[in-house]
Each structure stands twice: as C-alpha cells, then as structure tokens.
Design a protein. Structure first.
Length: 284
C-alpha cells in the first residue's frame, strides 16, 4: 500500500478553508463527516462508502441512515471519532465544531479539513478540495463541470429577463421577526442566478440576517418564498398586514426546498433550476 500510494501522488498536501495546510499520508478510508453538507459533497464525488460516522442532523443521502453518530445539538465527541478509527474528519466551523475537534484530532494524528462555504464558487471549490483529499479529483472536476454547465443553461435562458423581487423566509422567531438570506451567501447566489433579487439588498453580511414584519410590508415583494413546509407557507397570508402584500394578493407565496437553498452542497444547483422555473417558467 505505501508504494501504491506514493505512485498515485501520496502523501499529498491540501489547504483547507481556514488556510491550514493539511498533509494526508494516504487516501482516507474511514472518514467522519460533520454536518450534512460535507456528507453530501463526499457522496457526490463517490466517497460515500468511506464515510463511517456523521452527526445527528445528517439524513441525506438515505444510505447514511444508521451510521454511528459523533455529535449533535450538544456538541461533538472526539472520543467517538477516535473509536471509529477515523483517518480523516471533514467539518465546517459551525456550532464550534472546529474549535472542539481540530486540536484533539491533531493530538492523536487524525487529519482534519475545515471547509467554508460563503458563496456558490466556494462550494464548487470545496468539491474540488474534497476530491483531491480523497483521491477522487477526476470525479470532482467532472461533477463541477456538469454543475457549471447546468447553471450556464439557466443563465442563457434567463438572458434579458428582468429579475423578480423576492423575499425568502428561512425562519421565524414567532415574534414578528423573520430570517432570510444574506448578501454574498450561496443562497443569495442561487436566488440571483435563478432570476430573482432580494428585496433586502442592503442587509449586513455580518450577524444574523433577520428582518421585521414591518420591513417586509414596506419592501412588498412580488414573490414570497418560504424555505420550509407547505403549512408554513399557508400561515403567511394570515399574519397581521401580510394580506396586503403584492405576493399574497397575486397568490405568489411559494414553498422552496430548504435542502436546495440552505445546505451548501451540489443540490444548490437543483435549487437554481427549480426557482428559475417558478419565477420565470424557464426549464433547465
């Protein structure tokens, strides 16, 4: 195995999303993937069969059901990862995962990759990074090329069409304050590439992207998107004052998939295609 690994370009060094230079001695065979997006990306590049542990909020693809859990809402367990014999841990900085795991894994000699996903190009870069880290670089490059080609088709069909003013609700506090997408994010990119434009273009890129109901009424979107369930969308017209929104009067309160817009993986391109159809009747 050592000779074969060297012949195939191992060991190799990669730079992760935090700028850390990570050395991988050989192709990883026992990967722990922290967060749904990283599991989805590993699956997309053909490395799902090497994933031996996940965290509690990962459910896609269905094949991961039943895999050992190494954490959840209360944090992550370096001990559980060590017991799985992991030879690579992939994570994002969310929920203090990097803070909790990078140093303990380093002490026992397990490499860690921290990926970040501010925008859509960075998601494609993460696919390439994981491709190199797992020896699946050819598969990853081919996947990214297909995803970029699909986006190009949508852009060609949307040429010269005016963007539609939208609000995307991603959460509700129950007290008249609503989460939405932030400028510069992959979700923002997806809406823009689908021919939409947020009615809140000036939200701060720092801090939670929250807006009040009053602000939504003043912005008066033409389409109101709910990243969630149909019953959540059905509640929108009944909110105080929301019946007067242009989107509500026109019957344009629509549900979009949370997975396609709020998980930074390859399914974001599915989201672009589906939203382009919804907003403009444009088929991919």
């Amino acid at each position: 195995m050592p000779g074969a690994a060297r012949a195939a370009g191992w060991p190799r060094e990669v730079t992760d999303g935090l700028g850390r230079r990570v050395t991988l001695a050989r192709p990883p065979r026992r990967i722990v993937a922290i967060f749904a997006s990283n599991t989805e990306m590993l699956a997309a590049i053909g490395a799902l069969d090497r994933v031996v542990g996940i965290e509690a909020y990962t459910s896609f693809p269905p094949e991961v059901q039943g895999l050992p859990l190494v954490g959840g809402r209360l944090g992550f367990s370096a001990e559980a990862i060590a017991r799985l014999g992991a030879d690579l841990v992939v994570m994002t900085p969310a929920r203090s995962a990097a803070h909790a795991l990078v140093e303990p894994m380093a002490r026992i000699g397990v490499p860690t990759l921290v990926v970040t996903h501010r925008d859509l190009p960075q998601i494609f870069g993460n696919l390439r990074l994981l491709g190199v880290a797992t020896g699946q670089e050819a598969v990853a490059e081919a996947l990214v090329a297909r995803l970029e080609a699909r986006l190009a088709v949508v852009q060609a069909r949307l040429a010269r069409r005016a963007p539609v003013r939208v609000f995307m609700e991603t959460s509700s506090t129950g007290r008249g304050v609503y989460g939405t997408i932030r400028p510069g994010s992959y979700s923002w990119d997806a809406v823009r590439l689908a021919g939409g434009e947020s009615v809140f273009p000036d939200l701060s890129a720092n801090g939670p992207p929250l807006v009040s109901g009053e602000a939504i009424l003043r912005a008066d979107p033409d389409v109101y998107l709910v990243a969630g369930r149909p019953d959540q969308a059905a509640e929108v017209p009944a909110r105080t004052g929301f019946g007067g929104l242009a989107a509500v009067r026109a019957g344009r309160v629509r549900v979009v998939s949370r997975a396609n817009f709020l998980i930074p993986g390859p399914r974001v391109v599915d989201g672009v295609e589906s939203l382009a159809r919804l907003l403009h009747g444009v088929a991919a």
